[in-house]
Write a protein that binds this ligand. Sequence first.
Ligand SMILES: [Zn+2]
Length: 169
Amino acid sequence: MLMTTRASSSARRPLVSLTRWQWRSLIRELGRRGQGTREAGAFLLAPGPDSRRVAHVEYFDDLDPMCLRGNIEIEGQAFSKLWDICETKQLAVIADVHTHPGAAVHQSSIDKDSPMVAQIGHVALIVPHFATRRVRPRHVGVHRYCGGGEWDSWFGRDAVRRLSVRRWT
Ligand SMILES: [Zn+2]
């Protein structure tokens, strides 16, 4: 009984947690940067690899202005900038987020084969409709890298448990 309780409570711990203000700002920016016609995305940084609370959002096109080409192709140099930001701000990349055109938030084969950060436990969020509509966590695809090209994926209610949008700080 105790084991069951512990297992279920750790399963409920979110993988990524943002304030409502951060979430709205993220969706608005992704929509603005994609202009309703192309994918946009960002890295989500937290105070440490074990923290789930997003402290900083770094947009792909701020790191590499040419990366939004319909799909997203980020130059290697952008990652050096990202690691510099992590070092300067003492933060770690815990997740990335990118948009897809329709309601489907499953990973494409490219998404699966090329994780932005190929670290076990890294989370990739996929937001529908190029983030041009109001997006709630239940609309988002939550994908966690398991290594070896394998991912865990959650949708709907299961995604809500793993992506927390908090009312307050
Ligand atoms: Zn994708």
